[in-house]
Design a protein around this ligand. Structure first.
Ligand code: ARG
Length: 349
């Protein structure tokens, strides 16, 4: 068992420079400028700032509860983190590529504000479990937004289906006119697809909502942390079971992308039908002008750009799912830098 004071021994007190790399202790030359650029992720992972700070506040709160931080240190850290957050949100924050990623940028800014105590925030933690936690917190929030958007779309479809319950249209097989159905019947088929997508998303959320924090770099920590406290503070269902797995696997992100691919494939099918129906050849529906674009040289045209783009974007989403699968393929335990590449596809999805 250790206490807060033992931690001072681990700190690099050579210099107070906030731009100094926290892992620089054993190095004798500065990082090559190209390598610095190549390995930095701050350009895209700054998007995680809110969840990174949320995770850090919970971590500091837990560290104080178990006696690793004093109450005063905790208060200072949380206050400092809130100031950093406000600075980021005001657009004044200076992100530094030298500081690699969002985690080191936030920590450096905190340390600049409150001094050496800022470095104690990272006690019993590694960026490996930190980033795994941040992505899960971020994704959980995105999932909740997407879930409510699916429900909104389903509500619209249900209303339309009710209105069109008696509107006769041809049903197709092989895109050949087959038997009469109603427009309401057809729309409810789309609604059913979305219902399964919604259920898949909710199922994915269960596995996203497990907390990796506490796994540290790969093998946990000797500090007397209490993971049930952080899990509860962050709204996770429970802490994860295996530290090696916790910091390394991104299957939850792949699962989300697989849900997203399916929902996009479904939307591409509905879009394709809207495009066909709006054509002069079918002439089943008239899309509102405000959702279409035109052509100066062919004034008779009204282009269904919106469903065409939905159809087009479905390919991109499925591509990102494949990227993440390939990213994960054959990675040995535990964390590898490869995983830094998980963010851009996931954010885009
Ligand atoms: N930026 C990394 C990522 O996004 C987190 C840091 C990983 N740790 C390390 N020692 N390189 O995955």
């Amino acid at each position: 068992m250790s206490n807060a004071n033992d931690n001072n021994g681990q700190l690099n007190t050579q210099s107070d420079s906030s731009k100094e790399k926290p892992w620089g202790g054993r190095f004798t030359e500065p990082t090559d400028a190209f390598v610095e650029q190549f390995t930095a992720s701050v350009e895209f992972d700054q998007r995680l700032y809110f969840h990174d700070i949320q995770g850090s506040i919970a971590h500091a709160t837990m560290l104080a509860k178990v006696g690793v931080l004093t109450e005063e240190e905790k208060t200072q850290i949380i206050q400092g983190l809130k100031e950093v957050q406000a600075e980021i949100e005001s657009g004044k924050f200076q992100w530094s590529v030298k500081l690699e990623d969002v985690h080191m940028n936030v920590e450096a800014a905190l340390t600049e504000k409150i001094g050496i105590t800022g470095k104690k925030l990272h006690t019993g933690r590694s960026r490996n479990d930190q980033v795994a936690t941040d992505i899960r917190l971020y994704l959980r929030d995105e999932i909740d937004v997407i879930a409510s958007e699916i429900t909104r779309l389903q509500d619209g479809m249900a209303r339309l289906a009710k209105r069109e319950a008696a509107t006769i249209m041809p049903g197709f097989t092989h895109l050949q006119t087959a038997q009469p159905v109603t427009f309401g019947h057809h729309i409810l088929a789309w609604n059913e697809m979305l219902q399964r997508d919604y259920e898949r998303l909710m199922d994915c959320r269960k596995r996203v909502n497990i907390m990796p924090l506490g796994a540290a770099a790969l093998a946990g920590t000797t500090y007397p942390i209490d993971r049930s406290i952080t899990a509860e503070l962050l709204g996770f269902d429970r802490p994860s079971e295996n530290s090696l797995d916790s910091v390394s696997d991104r299957d939850f992100a792949i699962e989300f992308c697989s849900f997203a691919s399916l929902v996009m494939i479904h939307l591409s099918r509905a879009s394709e039908e809207l495009i066909l129906w709006a054509s002069a050849q079918f002439d089943f529906i008239d899309l509102p002008d405000r959702f279409c674009t035109g052509s100066s040289i062919m004034p008779q045209k009204k282009n269904p750009d919106v469903p065409e783009l939905v159809r087009g974007k479905s390919g991109r989403v499925t591509g990102h799912m494949i990227s993440l699968l390939m990213l994960m393929k054959s990675q040995p335990l535990a964390y590898n830098e490869d995983n830094q590449e998980d963010k851009e596809p996931l954010f885009d999805v």
